[in-house]
Write a protein that binds this ligand. Structure first.
Ligand SMILES: [Zn+2]
Length: 282
């Protein structure tokens, strides 16, 4: 089931197997990272893909299966005690990239990208500015607001819906949220009532939900050429949410209820008339 969901998302997001060389993926569920790492890497490195499905037979596929492909570099926190990705892990990349040589392409996955220290992010930024040829960077994060804007601006970013099955409780919460959101979009319910209803949910979950809705709305508007990238209220709201998430993560004192209320009011007042309610959330 998860592979099917991945495939659906992948073919929809990267038609004709065109994968941008610097990817930042905002994941809905960090539990999906292992699957994304494996599947995306295989799609870049497989030597004899069947359309957009890796063959599973070639030397590259085989080496990936046994986790021994010289052109695949995973940058992850050093161990379970140390959760940060230190700057040295990034500084050593050029040497590792140039010393490996089996396939034409190389893949560097940073997982989770938000675990990089600020110095590591700056080092990565330098590398992205002079990215080696035939090298794919895949940055995975379920906490995109922790990625510095300079990195974000260097990447093409996409959202990945949850690929794993939800628990019964998650499914029921999700269905309720979807219903509430649709009511807000149809103006059947006002922002204040919705804020009241959602105040029982975790504040970061609320922010994440609204952020994912915004991304979907922005993408739909871009497809229909109704988006002015410099003045759109969606971007203003997106920035507010990113900053709020950042402050919450770092324990700054925000009133979650007032925050939710003001964000929903902003959405209701500025974003409703020009969008249709998104239905692509998983
Ligand atoms: Zn293959």
């Amino acid at each position: 089931m998860t592979s099917t969901r991945f495939h659906t998302w992948f073919t929809h997001t990267f038609p004709n197997l065109f994968i941008p060389p610097v990817l930042l993926l905002y994941t809905a569920d960090a539990r999906d990272h292992a699957l994304l790492r494996a599947q995306l890497t295989q799609r870049v490195l497989c030597q004899e893909p069947n359309g957009d499905v890796p063959c599973g037979q070639c030397r590259s596929c085989h080496l990936l299966t046994v986790n021994n492909h010289p052109d695949y570099i995973a940058v992850v926190p050093p161990n379970s005690e140390q959760k940060n990705i230190p700057v040295d892990a990034i500084r050593s990349l050029p040497e590792r990239v140039y010393s490996t040589h089996m396939a034409k392409n190389k893949v560097i996955v940073v997982d989770p990208a938000d675990a990089m220290t600020v110095s590591a992010m700056n080092a990565l930024l330098k590398m992205l500015e002079e990215a080696p040829a035939h090298t794919y960077f895949i940055l995975l994060t379920a906490r995109g607001h922790l990625i510095v804007p300079t990195i974000r601006s260097r990447c093409q970013f996409f959202t990945v819906p949850a690929l794993q099955d939800k628990t019964a409780e998650e499914s029921s919460t999700h269905a309720q949220r979807q219903k509430d959101w649709e009511q807000l979009c149809r103006s059947d319910e006002c922002a204040l009532d919705l804020a009241e209803r959602w105040k029982g949910y975790a504040v970061l979950d609320n922010m994440r939900w609204i952020a994912l809705q915004l991304v979907t709305d922005i993408r739909d508007a871009a497809r229909h050429n109704t988006l002015n990238q410099h003045h759109h209220p969606y971007f203003a709201l997106w920035n507010i949410i990113q900053r709020a998430q950042y402050h919450i993560e770092y324990g700054h004192n925000l009133n979650p209820y007032l925050l939710l209320e003001s964000i929903l009011i902003h959405y209701e007042e500025n974003c409703l008339p020009i969008q249709s309610c998104s239905s692509e959330q998983q």
